[in-house]
Structure formats: C-alpha cells, structure tokens
Design a binder for this molecule. Structure first.
Ligand code: UD1
Ligand code: UDP
Length: 369
C-alpha cells in the first residue's frame, strides 16, 4: 500500500506526524510525506521535533498570502507529486486550505482521500472562516473518515456519511508521548526563566475571523486581567501572521507580567501548558490539548466545533467581548471551586492511540492484511 500524507501548517503537522511515524513502523506500507509549506517556520519547527523529513515540499508560503493564493498553489503543486508517487490513498487533516486543496487535487486524479479529524462542525460557514467550508468540502471529496469522537461520527451520519467511518480519538493526544517530560528544560529563554508558581495564563489567538476588532477586544481583556491581578502573568506565543502581531504588540507590548514571545516549538508548548494555570485561546488544537492536561480552557470565539470539552465541563466559550472574557477569567482566578471543577473534568479527545487505529484501518481496509 502506498500512502501519501499531505499537510502544510503547524497544527496539521502536530496531528499528522504521529500518524506518519506509525505508518513508518509498517514495512508493508510505502509512506511518503508531502508538505505544501503553507506555513514555513512554524511547520519546520514541528518537523524538527518529530524528525520527519518531507519527500516533497511545495514551499508555497508568501507573506500575507490569501486563501486563493494557497488554494491555487496547492492544486497546481499536487499534480506532479501524485504523478510521481501514484499513491493508493492520500491522507489529509482537518480543515486548512492546504487540506481542502490537496483533497481536491487527489479527487481530480481519482485517488481516494482519507480524512483525519473528520466530522467537526459549527454549522456556520463563516466561522471559523474558511475552515468550516474547507472541512465540509473535504467530507464531500473523501472516501475514508477518521472521526476523533462519537459526536463527530454522528455529525457525519447526519450528512449521510456512514460507510468507511471509524472513531479513533484525536491524534493530538498521541503527540504528547513525543513531547511531555516531567524534567523538561525549556528552549525558549523567556520560558526557561518564567516562574510557573505564579498563576500563568497561556494565551494564543490567531484566527482569521478574530483579526481586527475581536482580537483587540481579547487583548484589552488580557490587559485588564493582568492589571487587576498582581499574582497573574501571561505567556503569549504570538503567531507569525503580521496582522496578528500588529494588534497584539500594539495593545500588550511592554506590559509588566505579559511575555509576548515568538511561536515556540511543540515541546516547549506542551510542557508550558502542563505547568500553566489556565489557557485562553481561539485555537482548535489547544482546546483539545488543555483538557488532557487538566487545564481549564477559555475559548475566545463565539462558537466551537469542539463541544465535547464544553460538555465535559473543561472548556467555556467566552466569546469576543472584553467584559465577558474578564468576568469569566476573574471567576476562575478567584473561586477555587470553579477552578477545581473545570480542571478535574475528563478529557474527551482520546487515549493516545488514534494513529494506531488509523493505520490499522488503512492496512485492513485498503490492502486486506
Ligand atoms: C492557517 C489555517 C488555519 C489554522 C492556522 C494554524 C487556512 C485558511 N488557515 O491560518 O486554519 O488554524 O493556519 O496556525 O488554511 N506566517 C509566517 N510564517 C509561518 C506561518 C505564517 O510568516 O511559519 C505568516 C505569513 O505572512 C502568512 C500568514 O502568516 O501569509 C498567514 O498564514 P496562513 O497559513 O495564510 O494563515 P493562518 O492564519 O496561519
Ligand atoms: N502550538 C505550538 N507553538 C505555539 C503555539 C501553538 O506548538 O507557539 C501548537 C499547539 O500546542 C497546538 C497547535 O500548535 O498543537 C495549534 O496550532 P494553531 O493554534 O496554530 O492552529 P489551530 O489549532 O487553531 O488550527
């Protein structure tokens, strides 16, 4: 069996590298990795940690690229890769424009697509944008579906997709086995010097639909929280998107107890998350990781495609209004009961064996081993 894994951004790489490493363990599988390079520095950080070397690299990233730029570059770039390797199946992940365009390119050559992290939905095609539409399109283009949770499987079933669906857990939980260590020494100098015995808020925010006013609101909330709570510090690894960086550095730059740092590699990230007090984020991946580590998650969005963590009591959708965010975080900082009930909730995203289930499915269903 010939499997081509295609990914291009940081979160896809973090969630696909465990699958690739599991595929490498099977000599009956020929595995090739194609990166689009939709992200460059942030992707390469992940490849280094997992020591995965791409067989193909489209190197498409441009400063301030549009989603049309990404789509056209990936569609064009996939043709020669598919011709060269002639895979039996193409694996894509989640909801990025890399994944959508790679799935479409595979479909154009009638190569079956396996969708890792299938079945997530907000039912609002403009939020997250363009990710909700990307994942709906990938559902239509794919043949095999790896749903992280039973809820994701049910969402696919409601759309008439019941064949070739397997519930696996989320591969991000698998990634922890490569990154978490109790005696971990941080590579980032600010993290290495950081006092995690203070109440540390780990913050990330980057989503396209949050650019502009919503991100300003979020930053104003963080500023107020730090000013009101002298025992609280914030660590914010700021996404490399210039549109994110301008707003964040404008509002939070130079504030005492706010560390604005460059994106950290996933080892630093997971170990910082393990040591922090709570997480504030608009990221998808952090919503899955933090519950596994017993950290409350304040979701800086108006809705989520990951309701399992909210239902389990470990995440709260705070929205993007400054005062609402402040009130929710204030409560968690001041009420031990509120904090304990969120930090002791169960992680609903799997047992760390999702990659094995995906590879086992592929070997039995595609080659009949
Ligand atoms: C992309 C995905 C989003 C995912 C996010 C993870 C799409 C449409 N969006 O959004 O779903 O949540 O990645 O982070 O697929 N940049 C760099 N270096 C890097 C990475 C980015 O300089 O290593 C800058 C570039 O100027 C680039 C910009 O960030 O043009 C935006 O990157 P892009 O991939 O288009 O969008 P993201 O917001 O990162
Ligand atoms: N992450 C990281 N370094 C950072 C910020 C995030 O390694 O500086 C990891 C994080 O742990 C998670 C993933 O990147 O696994 C999330 O990526 P991102 O927030 O960019 O995308 P999303 O999950 O929103 O698609």
């Amino acid at each position: 069996m010939k499997v081509l894994a295609v990914f291009g951004t940081r979160p896809e790489a973090i969630k696909m590298c465990p699958v690739v490493l599991e595929l490498y363990r099977h000599p009956d599988v020929q595995t090739r990795v194609c990166v689009t390079g939709q992200h460059r520095a942030m992707l390469d950080q992940v490849l280094d940690i997992f020591t995965v070397t791409p067989d193909y690299d489209m190197a498409i990233m441009r400063p301030r690229q549009t989603i049309t730029d990404i789509t056209t570059a990936v569609l064009t770039g996939m043709g020669p890769v598919l011709d060269d390797f002639a895979p039996d199946v193409v694996l894509v992940h989640g909801d990025t424009t890399t994944s959508m365009a790679a799935a479409m390119a595979a479909f154009y050559q009638q190569v079956p697509v396996g969708h890792v992290e299938a079945g997530l939905r907000t039912y609002n095609i403009y939020s997250p944008f363009p990710e909700e539409m990307n994942r709906k399109l990938i559902t239509a283009l794919a043949t095999h579906y790896f749903a992280p949770t039973p809820g994701n499987q049910a969402a696919l079933a409601r759309e008439g997709i019941t064949d070739n669906v397997v519930v696996t857990g989320n591969t991000v939980i698998d990634s922890f086995q490569y990154t978490l260590r109790p005696d971990y020494v941080f590579k980032d100098s600010l993290l290495a010097a950081h006092d995690f015995s203070e109440k540390t808020i780990l913050l990330t925010a980057h989503r396209r639909e949050n650019l502009g006013r919503p991100l300003e609101n979020i930053c104003h909330a963080v500023r107020a929280l730090v000013e009101d709570h002298p025992d609280v510090s914030v660590v914010y690894p700021v996404h490399l998107n210039p549109a994110v960086r301008e707003t964040v550095f404008d509002i939070l730059g130079g504030l005492p107890r706010v560390s604005l740092i460059d994106p950290i590699d996933v080892e630093d990230m997971h170990n910082a998350m393990e040591r922090c007090y709570l997480v504030m984020t608009d990221s998808g991946g952090l919503q899955e990781e933090a519950p596994h580590l017993g950290k409350p998650v304040i979701v800086l969005r108006t809705e989520t495609e990951r309701p399992e963590a909210v239902d389990a009591g470990t995440a709260v959708v705070a929205g993007i209004e400054t005062q609402v965010i402040i009130d929710i975080v204030d409560n968690l900082l001041q009420s031990p009961d509120a904090y304990t009930s969120m930090s002791q909730a169960m992680n609903p995203y799997g047992d760390g064996h999702a990659s094995e289930r995906i590879v086992e499915y592929l070997r039995t269903r595609i080659t009949g081993v």
